[in-house]
Design a protein around this ligand. Sequence first.
Ligand SMILES: [Zn+2]
Length: 84
Amino acid sequence: MTPAVRCEAAHPDDRTPCEGPPAVTVRDLLGSEVTGCVHHAARMYASLEGPRVYPLPGHDGAALTVYRCAQTIRPFCWLEEGAQ
Ligand SMILES: [Zn+2]
């Protein structure tokens, strides 16, 4: 089953759907930026080296939520979840 359109932060191998609208921008060490929902942004944040996360306008608390979620997520956690 192909998931519906997802945010930019969703890894192609990560089959989970978005949770909520795009709420944050995640930037990596090289300055690449992607905009994503809290769920996928947290997973991406946990998988990057030296990431930064910024809230989108109207989502002031989202960056902190992503940061806190990412502390509990292993890098590339979707690799061991198997098919869903
Ligand atoms: Zn998403």
